[in-house]
Design a protein around this ligand. Structure first.
Ligand code: NDP
Ligand code: 2IT
Length: 450
């Protein structure tokens, strides 16, 4: 990878981290973006480098890897690998989701944990950063198989969790069903109904209103804030959304509520285009109830078409919300989006846009919101769930949504102002990283580095 913007001192930090973690390409990618962004910060404040805080920040505080044995419905034994990377707890208890997907490995969990540290700092909610998961593939597994997997996973992980220690939530492959099974096993093992040790819980048993919707809604609120700075708005605009999971579905819902028109959704097999606007009830029925493939949408909706294995970014539209997975929008996709006149990109997923694609979009004047700012609404609402659990309160939907909207406004302002302050006006990547970095680094220094 090219590091034209890395100063020699930051490059040394990067090179040492890479030597210590060879082959962890996603982690290297995430680290390189942050280190490049903070170059103007350490130039003005050399004490960050001199104190060693940058070097400490790139190394997780703790990395846990464990065996997860489970049996399928035919009685066959399988072994998965579980992870929890507890990255940084300077600002609060470790906080971040669990991902169940066959691609999961240490590099992916480390990149996600690293991103989470800065994202959580940006929310201003007093939460540290972590990520975890397993290389388990939930697709096509029965409820019983999912339950046994979750129970086995938690049987090992529970000793590392707790409301003041480490508080997981969902991510790819971990939704309401999995969180129920994971929480139930924790309760059984500890004999504690410890609401604050998990977020994204069912609303009947301690879950917060709007947590399900929060990441997708938040990515759309962030887009709205960016457009507003240019005197523009979502209303009347067409939007591309990739993915059809938790983030994508609620991004589509909020785009439509704000008067935009979301026209695509996708999964790992292909994408659908519905120029009339996505029928959200149908999409939810197929994805949340039936857990079927996205192709089923085109079979049931007149006028919609399904494109197998295509690139959702080939469809012309004004706004784009990559909301599936990392590195799903590459430099060729960026070229296509620009040629089709895209105005702005808001990342619902974590690191969905490759670094060269980000650079190209920014050079073309496309507004670009990095995931650690744009998708921070999910974890911010998790922090609101923790507050409600601690106070034994339950806020209603509109109060919770108002809080989310206001937090996204704060996140936007922090990233926007930091970008201006550090000489990169309009560059939300620099702004988000610089602002998040300073908050975590200052807390680490105040608490003593060694
Ligand atoms: P879900 O599991 O609910 O949905 C994931 C969607 O992305 C599915 O449509 C899935 O398709 C697709 N997808 C996953 N992996 C791939 C892949 N390798 N190639 C193509 N498509 C893929 O996950 P979420 O919606 O929760 O998460 C989506 C993204 O948002 C992730 O990057 C996650 O880290 C990020 N995020 C999630 C938050 C949350 O609160 N849930 C908060 C902040 C960020 P298929 O079913 O075919 O695999
Ligand atoms: O990437 C993320 O921010 C999440 N998956 C949500 C984390 C959380 O603790 O709510």
């Amino acid at each position: 990878m090219q590091h034209t913007a890395l100063t020699p001192a930051l490059r040394d930090v990067y090179d040492r981290a890479v030597l210590r973690s060879p082959g962890e390409l996603e982690f290297h990618q995430a680290m390189s973006e942050v280190l490049e962004s903070i170059a103007p910060v350490v130039e003005r404040h050399p004490e960050y480098l001199e104190s060693g805080v940058v070097e400490l920040l790139v190394e997780p505080e703790r990395q846990i890897m464990f065996r997860v044995p489970w049996t399928d419905d035919s009685g066959n034994v399988h072994v998965s690998r579980g992870f929890r990377v507890q990255y940084n707890s300077a600002l609060g208890p470790y906080k971040g989701g669990l991902r169940f997907h066959p691609s999961v490995n240490l590099s992916i969990i480390k990149f996600l944990g690293f991103e989470q540290v800065f994202k959580n700092a940006l929310t201003g909610q007093g939460i540290g950063g972590a990520k975890g998961g397993a290389d388990f593939d939930p697709h096509g597994r029965s409820d019983g198989e999912i339950m046994r997997f979750c129970q086995s996973f938690m049987t090992e992980l529970y000793r590392h969790l707790g409301e003041h220690t480490d508080v997981p939530a969902g991510d790819i492959g971990v939704g309401a069903r999995e969180i129920g099974f994971l929480f139930g096993q924790y309760r059984r093992l500890t004999n504690r109904h410890e609401s604050g040790m998990f977020t994204g819980k069912g609303v009947l048993w301690g879950g917060a209103q709007v947590r399900t919707e929060a990441t997708g809604y938040g990515a759309v609120f962030f887009m709205d804030e960016m457009l507003a700075m240019k005197g523009d708005r979502i209303e009347g605009k067409t939007a591309l959304v990739s993915g059809s999971g938790n983030v994508a579905i609620y991004a589509i819902e909020k785009i439509n509520q704000l008067g935009g028109r979301a026209i695509t959704a996708s999964d790992s097999s292909g994408y659908i285009v519905d120029e009339a606007g996505i029928d959200l009830d149908l999409l939810k029925q197929i994805k949340e109830v039936e857990r079927a493939r996205i192709s089923a949408y085109a079979e049931r909706r007149p006028g919609a078409r399904y494109v197998e294995r295509g690139r959702v970014w080939d469809v012309p539209a004004q706004l784009a919300f990559p909301s599936a997975t990392q590195n799903e929008l590459n430099v060729d996709d960026a070229r296509t989006l620009i040629a089709n006149g895209v105005l702005a990109v808001s990342e619902g997923a974590n690191m969905p846009t490759t670094p060269d694609a980000v650079a190209l979009l920014q050079e073309a004047g496309v507004l670009f919101a990095p995931g650690k700012a744009a998708n921070a609404g999910g974890v911010a609402t998790s922090a609101l769930e923790m507050s409600q659990n601690a106070a034994r309160q339950r806020w209603d939907f509109s109060t919770s949504e108002d809080r989310l909207r206001s937090i996204m406004g704060d996140v936007h302002r922090a990233a926007y102002e930091a970008a201006e302050h550090y000489g990169a006006p309009g560059n939300y990547v620099v702004g988000a990283n610089a602002s998040g970095f300073r908050r975590v680094a200052d807390a680490m220094i105040a608490q003593g580095l060694i």
